[in-house]
Design a protein around this ligand. Structure first.
Ligand code: BGC
Length: 714
């Protein structure tokens, strides 16, 4: 291959495929996470033009609420089979960005406000997709948490926040599932475009995490092609002949090492060679049935006063109202928009399960009214953020009007981003949050309403009382092309729990048609920074159901402000009535660690750690505290270090104290001991001030000796 051919391999042939060069074949990359969006005619990446019919499975917002890696995996395996049928080699997903604000227009494409939940589901997705021979593209790397100004905005984030909140989902997927590609985001991170960010793309992604696949740009995300290539971005999409020429010119001018070009060529070549699964066929009926089954595991029953659901035999007349009963909203707008093979209409599905009951549109008299409400297509989408979390006014009016005349009212919600339940929550009996459930959502909702399936979804994001209560409220979406992540690690429930402010429904909340109890929590310390937990969970109700066991860790150990609790493990179990099982969790170092910016690595501080089993992030039902030895970090001291740090040093501290005592008379010593608390006043002084001519007199050689000692120890 000559230089021109090499450069040409590093951008697309067109919108969706790479260039065939010599014996290297072309590969098709297509959206997206919850269904195949294969365009063979006019192409676009905002969901305008048609694509071939494919099953629209539940989008990530729903999968997040399943808390079930099996849901993510079965979905991805089916998407992979459709990709093979539609000649797609790399499927552009999953999206693993954290829901920083409920206003992000693309939250429907993301799993959760929590990095562990996101990472576990995304890992299952990638493993299953790739086990069918189709490559994944984990996106959008990194800190693409809003749509406002997404191609220009700089996300200003401190390193601890990046490491603890915005990077771990990517890290888990890369390390555990080895995705074919990672997609570099549009936005800047701390002033540098993500697509040309050497620290993100090379230092962290490749060197620290060992990523050996292709880094592909988001569509049109390359600003400076040569800088992007140098930073580690291999493939630019879609095609861009002008940028290919820039690569050639930069090599000829000596601005770019040809070895950098060769390295990216090798990766693209390996990708198109490796991800070439044999064509397959897919059974649209079977996939529709699968989409229905998966969707039913995702919806969250938020409220169910007097067990009004499931609809019982006494409800003879059922009223079904609201626009989404006949025109369901089941996916979001933009690049992930799938052309569904068919769509379940909720009203029809309800009629099918209603048997000999009467189904009407008049709530007055009905024994039970079901209102289908939510957000319309234009209320939220890729490309822009929402300005409010309120439901449209006419929908609130419809809910309230129905509730004022119906004997019982059930609200079924269809929305990609969180909506406020205020102003009507207390007037209705039950709320089933369906999110966006994909093309078979109508059938799944009917299954849940009639109790064919017991709801088992849990909130993957907090439902606040007010937008003003959300942690990013003051900083979202930023101004003048800069967005400051001022809330730091206090994202979602981490914030709400830490400041102890009420929310409407906490992260992790969700009801079932049966009841569960946990007991016998035991925690065993297995190393200096690891533990093993086990807990019994029993179905104490009268029906089969699934329960999510949520394990949180709470600590204030270490030198940084920790959220009150953080999700560190979870599992979903299925139990028959009366059945019980014991679930176990191995808690590794990362479950206890924080990112230490001074050390530049993960650290477990010595101290107490409460292992908590939560019904949700707010309600803890079992707790055991353990002491961990962790890792003691001895600070290297200098004259700039604080007096407090000098005294705290286990070796130097007592020595210093001894030297100070030696300079005092016995009376002064007695006085100092009496006023030990006075030490607090000088703790923050730098050492050079403390031992200045005006201060305590300690020989310079002795000070130097102590500094040396601290160096040896650290
Ligand atoms: C989106 C990506 C998508 C790509 C291709 C971009 O606008 O941000 O998520 O994969 O288009 O459609």
């Amino acid at each position: 291959m000559n230089l021109e051919q090499k450069a040409s391999l590093l951008s697309g042939r067109d919108f969706w495929s790479t260039k065939p060069v010599g014996e290297i074949p072309s590969a098709v990359l297509s959206d997206g996470p919850h269904g195949v969006r294969r365009q063979t005619g006019e192409a676009d990446h905002v969901g305008i033009h048609d694509s071939l019919p494919a099953t629209c499975f539940p989008p990530a917002v729903a999968v997040g609420s399943s808390w079930d890696p099996a849901v993510a995996g079965r979905l991805a395996a089916a998407v992979a089979r459709e990709a093979r049928a539609l000649d797609v080699q790399v499927s552009l997903g999953p999206g693993v960005n954290i829901k920083r604000s409920p206003l992000c227009g693309r939250n429907f494409e993301y799993y959760s406000e929590d990095p562990l939940l996101t990472g576990v589901l995304a890992t299952a997705h990638v493993k299953a997709l790739q086990s069918e021979g189709v490559g994944a593209s984990v996106k959008h790397f990194a800190a693409n948490n809003q749509e406002t100004g997404r191609m220009r905005v700089s996300a200003e984030i401190d390193e601890r926040t990046l490491r603890e909140i915005y990077l771990p989902a990517f890290e888990r997927v890369v390390k555990q599932a080895r995705p074919a590609t990672v997609m570099a985001a549009y936005n800047k991170v701390n002033g540098v475009y993500a697509s040309q960010h050497p620290w993100l793309l090379t230092r962290v992604l490749r060197e620290e995490w060992g990523f050996d696949g292709v880094i592909v740009s988001d569509w049109g995300a390359v600003n400076n092609r040569v800088a992007a290539l140098k930073a580690g971005l291999d493939l630019e999409m879609p095609g861009n002949p002008g940028n290919d020429a820039q690569i050639v010119q930069a090599v000829l001018d000596g601005q770019l090492d040809e070895a950098d070009v060769d390295r990216s060529v090798a990766r693209v070549r390996e990708m198109v060679g490796r991800w070439r699964p044999a064509p397959a066929e897919f059974d649209a009926d079977a996939h529709h049935a699968l989409a229905r089954e998966l969707a039913a595991d995702c919806a969250v029953l938020l409220k169910n006063t007097d067990a009004v659901l499931p609809i019982g035999p006494d409800a003879r007349t059922i009223a079904v109202v609201g626009p989404f009963a006949t025109e369901p909203r089941f996916q979001g707008g933009g690049s992930s928009h799938v052309n569904p093979t068919r769509v379940d209409i909720p009203l029809e599905e309800i009629r099918k399960l209603a048997g000999d009951r009467t189904v009407t549109t008049d709530p007055e008299g009905a024994d039970l009214a079901i209102v289908f409400a939510g957000l319309a297509d234009l209320d939220e989408s890729e490309g822009y953020d929402r300005g409010t979390i309120e439901l449209p006014g006419e929908q609130v009016e419809l809910i309230r009007a129905t509730a004022s005349v119906a004997r019982h009212t059930v609200v079924v919600l269809s929305n990609g981003g969180v909506v406020s339940l205020e102003g009507w929550h207390d007037e209705v009996d039950a709320i089933l949050e369906g999110w966006l459930l994909g093309q078979a959502g109508g059938g799944a909702l009917a299954d849940l309403l009639f109790g064919v399936v017991s709801p088992s979804g849990r909130l993957a994001e907090t439902i606040p009382l007010r937008l003003q209560d959300t942690p990013s409220y003051l900083n979202f979406p930023g101004e003048q092309d800069v967005v400051r992540y001022g809330e730091g690690v206090m994202v979602g429930y981490r914030y709400h729990e830490t400041v102890d402010r009420p929310v409407r429904y906490p992260f992790g909340h969700g009801l079932a048609y049966t009841a569960f109890a946990v007991s016998d929590l035991t925690v065993e310390v297995t190393g200096s920074s690891t533990a093993h937990a086990s807990v019994k969970v029993a179905n104490t109700g009268g029906r089969y159901g699934k329960h999510v066991v949520q394990l949180y860790i709470s600590t204030q150990a270490g030198p940084v402000r920790r959220p009150v609790r953080e999700l560190r493990a979870f599992t979903k179990v299925a139990l028959e009535p009366g059945q019980a099982t014991t679930v176990t969790f191995d808690l590794d170092t990362r479950a206890f660690a924080y990112w230490d910016v001074a050390e530049g690595r993960w650290l477990v501080a010595p101290g107490s750690y409460a292992i908590q089993i939560g019904e949700n992030a707010s309600r803890i039902v079992a707790e055991e505290t353990v002491e961990l030895a962790g890792e003691v970090i001895l600070k290297q001291l200098s004259l700039d270090s604080s007096v407090g740090d000098w005294f705290a040093h286990p070796v130097v501290g007592p020595m210093l104290m001894g030297h100070i005592a030696a300079t005092m008379t016995p009376e002064q010593q007695a006085q100092a001991a009496e006023h030990a608390d006075m030490l607090r006043m000088i703790e923050s002084l730098p050492m050079y001030q403390f031992i200045s001519p005006m201060g305590v007199q300690i020989p310079a050689e002795t000070v130097q000796e102590m500094i040396e000692l601290s160096r040896q120890g650290s």
